[in-house]
Design a protein around this ligand. Structure first.
Ligand code: DAH
Length: 340
């Protein structure tokens, strides 16, 4: 009996040392101490012992049961502890691990340029106004001194909605809208989209952006216009920037000029952007035609004014050496992401 018990204990000890899960431990407990277990079998076998032997044997088996129960419990708590440690390890949060950054957007180069120009001109006392992109022929052409059948209409391939309504071909109609709605002194800029039925190429798009400027007051001269535009060019491109005024014609200004800046893309050598000239035409300007002042209810014997219209795409392309205007509209994230 003693030997048998020792054997069972030995078996338990061996199996405990290689037991690695709670399930295995439970199976082991059943195998040794369960109803059909080996120790229980011994207990049953006591019937074959003589009455004198029984108490000692019973005592021995009970002692063994206690001892083995204790061994099982010890193993159980050891396994529990291991399991807890594993769980803690599994659930550890590494606070030093870099987290995936949310994709950050960036401002479009045209927005950057527009904001920069707005900053520049509001700094000089201009106020920002906005107007409709679907515009009356009356404002887009008539009040800008471009009557029906005027050849200047051909130069601006117009999208007509009907006989009287167009997609504005320039931001100039805001000159008329402003003069009709307020009295001088007037100092406004109007940034926005404009439309022309142009073929798409490296420097043309049917939708593009302009910023109109208008100053009307007593004693406004061409020198004020030049001074304002020089300040603008310097602010945008730094001191010493080369500008070129060329005499030009616009029906709404007299005299008129076109202002060029050195092409930043090729530094004057000539490239696709500047069509080989080394210059980029960025704006048209002039003294507001007295006829326009009068049509807009302003006494041209008392007031004078200057106006300008800046092409924002050209400025953006200059500023960021963008070789093809189409890049501005394609929405390619590899391109846009560079302006972050
Ligand atoms: N509206 C002209 C255009 O789209 C640009 C322009 C030229 C605007 C001269 C002006 C200006 O205000 O004075 O081509």
């Amino acid at each position: 009996m003693k030997e048998k018990i020792a054997q069972i204990q030995e078996l338990l000890r061996n199996e405990l040392s290689s037991c690695e899960s709670m399930q295995a431990l439970d199976a082991l407990r059943v195998k040794v101490l369960g109803k059909k277990g080996e120790l229980t079998a011994l207990l049953r076998g006591m019937g074959q012992l003589s009455p004198e032997e029984r108490p000692a044997a019973g005592q021995m088996i009970n002692d063994a049961r206690e001892k083995m129960t204790a061994m099982l419990e010890e193993k159980l708590s050891a396994l529990k502890k291991l399991e807890q440690q594993a769980a803690l390890r599994r659930e550890t949060i590494d606070v030093t691990q870099p987290c995936p950054m949310p994709a950050a957007g960036s401002e479009h180069p045209l927005t950057l340029v527009m904001n920069e120009l707005v900053d520049c001109f509001t700094g000089m006392g201009f106020e920002v106004v906005e107007g409709p992109e679907v515009e009356l022929d009356h404002f887009n052409f008539e009040l800008m001194n471009i009557p029906k059948n005027h050849p200047a209409r051909d130069a601006q391939d117009t999208f007509y909605i009907d006989d009287n309504i167009v997609l504005r071909t320039h931001t100039s109609p805001m000159q008329a809208r402003t003069m009709l709605s307020r009295k001088p002194p007037i100092r406004i800029i109007c940034p926005g989209r404009v439309y022309r039925a142009d073929e798409v190429d490296a420097s043309h798009s049917p939708v593009f952006h302009q910023m109109e400027g208008l100053v009307v007051d007593k004693d406004v001269t061409m020198a004020d216009l030049r001074g304002t535009l020089n300040a603008f060019a310097e602010r945008l491109y730094g001191k010493g920037i080369t500008t070129r005024f060329r005499p030009s014609f616009f029906p709404f200004t007299e005299p008129s000029a076109e202002v060029d800046l050195t092409c930043v893309n090729c530094h004057g050598k000539g490239c696709r952007v500047c069509k080989g000239t080394g210059w980029i035409e960025v704006l048209g300007c002039g003294m507001v035609n007295p006829k326009v002042l009068e049509m807009c209810g302003i006494d041209s014997t008392v007031y004078s004014g200057f106006a300008f219209g800046i092409g924002l795409e050209r400025i953006a392309m200059q500023r960021y050496s963008i070789p093809d205007m189409r890049l501005l509209y394609e929405g390619d994230m590899r391109f846009l992401g560079q302006f972050r």
